[in-house]
Design a protein around this ligand. Structure first.
Ligand SMILES: O=C[C@H](O)COP(=O)(O)O
Length: 251
């Protein structure tokens, strides 16, 4: 099996003013730059308002910067939106697409997510494509079918480990303090890996992140599961100590 380097990604969502965000990345960057041979890559995805100052502060360093969303079009009359080339222009290397909060709050369908992921690829960045079932879907025994359907609908042709990361985030685990059992996470990640066969080149090389109430106290066991190649962290990514502890849980 191809070695997959862990990715610890922080999704700040709609949090942080400038001073807070710059202090957070200052601390994380200081730790990352002085870490000896870290076994993980680290990425922060600030709100659109902070991408430029954060990217400027981190320029040339190891801590990468990404966007939380982008428009599918390169430019045009789309008030309030941000395009993939605009994020690239600021120094982003990745963009989260299809987060369940976008799917729920903005009605984003798999087709929309696929178009956005395509835009990210065209702009030469990595698309972090999010998938995950609701609690009702899990209770109905449909979790794997739902996630497989989202993968088939959201992953563009031409995707590979070089431009695509999958993030499995059960909707009911986001910000709730609840997580699936380790067996359930491992089973879902294995299913995702199987489903990637035929959708991406070299599926064994694609990183599959787990997201949903990851914190220092559960990170060691979750990061050790087969086919878990890192984490997409929300709340705990806003505290340098917690986010760093999650990263250090990678072996
Ligand atoms: O993108 C991150 C996820 O939605 C997880 O959020 P959370 O760690 O606050 O549960």
């Amino acid at each position: 099996m191809a070695a997959r380097r862990k990715l610890i990604a922080g999704n700040w969502k709609m949090n942080c003013l400038r001073a807070e965000g710059l202090a957070l990345v200052g601390e994380l960057s200081r730790r990352l730059e002085s870490a000896k041979d870290p076994v993980f890559d680290m990425l922060v995805c600030p709100p659109a308002t902070l991408v430029a100052p954060v990217a400027d502060a981190l320029k040339g360093g190891k801590l990468a910067v990404g966007g939380q969303d982008c428009h599918a079009k390169e430019k045009g009359a789309h008030t309030g939106d941000v395009s993939a080339p605009m994020l690239k222009d600021l120094g982003c290397t990745a963009v989260i697409v299809g987060h369940s909060e976008r799917r729920q709050d903005h009605g984003e369908t798999d087709a929309v997510v696929k178009a956005k992921a395509t835009a990210v690829h065209v702009a030469h960045m990595t698309a972090i494509i999010c998938v995950g079932e609701t609690e009702a879907e899990r209770d109905a025994g449909k979790a794997e079918d739902v996630v497989a359907g989202q993968l088939r609908g959201s992953i563009p042709q031409g995707s590979s480990a070089a431009n695509t990361v999958i993030a499995y985030e059960p909707v009911w685990a986001i910000g709730t303090g609840r997580t699936p059992t380790n067996d359930d996470i491992a089973a879902m990640h294995a299913m995702i890996r199987r489903t990637l066969d035929g959708l991406v080149a070299h599926p064994e090389s694609v990183r599959i992140l787990y997201g949903g109430s990851v914190k220092p106290s559960n990170a060691v066991e979750i990061m050790a599961l087969a086919d878990v190649d890192g984490a997409l962290v929300g709340g705990a990514s806003l505290k340098a100590d917690d986010f760093w502890a999650i990263a250090e849980s990678c072996r």
